[in-house]
Design a protein around this ligand. Sequence first.
Ligand code: SF4
Length: 437
Amino acid sequence: MNERDSEIMGQILSSHGYVECNDMESADLVILNTCTIRAKAEQKVMSLLGALRKIKTQRPGMKICVAGCVAQQEGDHLIQRMPHVDLVLGTQNIYDLGTYIARTTETGRPVIATGMSKAFQIPAFLPTDREAIGSTGDLHPFRRFVTIMQGCDNYCSYCVVPYTRGREISRSAQDIVAEVRKFVDQGVKEITLLGQNVNSYGRKPNGTARPCSFPELLHQVAEIRGLHRLRFTTSHPKDLSNELIGCFRDIAILCPQFHLPVQSGSDAVLKRMNRHYTVADYLERVEALFACRPDLALTTDIIVGFPGETDEDFALTMDLLERVRFHGSFSFKYSDRPGVRSCNFDGKISEQVKSERLAIFQRRQDEISLERNGAYVGSRQEIMIESTGDSGFQGRTGTNHIVHVDQHTDLGPGDLLEVEIYHAGQHSLKGRFHPKH
Ligand code: SF4
């Protein structure tokens, strides 16, 4: 979501005459688009701001903007800690970036724009042609993200998102389809629809727009001619409907990849996390998914060391890993985030125990990922080429696996090609193709 927001900010800046440069030292404006989901991400922002302070001492005309969740969370505290910051831009305010930058120049003082409104609607934001050539960051010009909703109403006890991104808001299906169509017209082949909990898309009224469920939206987007691949993220297990599962059977371009965060294998921990499902519920949904799409690659998120997590609770998470055998997972040590309920929970786990549990989980996940990847050896997979080089090229399967091919091809990024997988590593595969003569 931050990547898409960065693209939007890049588009706004280019309409104000800014051009990208390659280093912070020569920039007139630096924007840090931040994440505060874990303490480590926030620490990185603070250390980068420290480095920027030194550059700004040499070049006082440089403007520094902090956008995103750290900005939303810290507000004017950020200016107190980092007085060299010119603009603090909240998550609902990025669309007015140009106005706020102008205001910093007019007033000569830091501007804090972190207001949030219950009536906020995500504006229709069509990509410009400049974006189509991939000039913003290192994103692939043939693969783009489209935000379909923002915010979250779930209030998981450890999570800052409902506070930093606000209450859940869905965009109108009409705006989303128009944005995807514009991207496809510009040569984009793959779209990932983004939201904190896409499963609840359209549940709340959105202005005058006709209500549309997420499965209906998927069908509408999939009908856009020229789109080859469709993905989405993220889903909440409690809202995963049979209708959505059925989309994996009925929509040919929907990639067989699903990210379904479980967070813990212990019902007691899930209850304290306020997740509103049990391990049995989760397993039942996983079974339904694989029944519908047996070749699905399933990934998850895990938090180890949640307050009160006992050795038995952690063992249950390891049991779940053995039962589901996730293709991959994103696993993290629990960290207190300011203002969330779990900060006040008893039973905080020591750093040492959290690190040990994380290492145990990740070691076993790596073994399972390797075994899962090994099952692709000998199969034929369609890959979308992402990059080419002197020694071959790299592509991605529908299941989201990276495939390295050490042969040359006349095809280029965004083209589809069938390869035979002959080697599996923990994080990627190797393939070869049979050139047509
Ligand atoms: S559903 Fe996701 S974004 Fe929403 S509160 Fe829970 S963890 Fe945070």
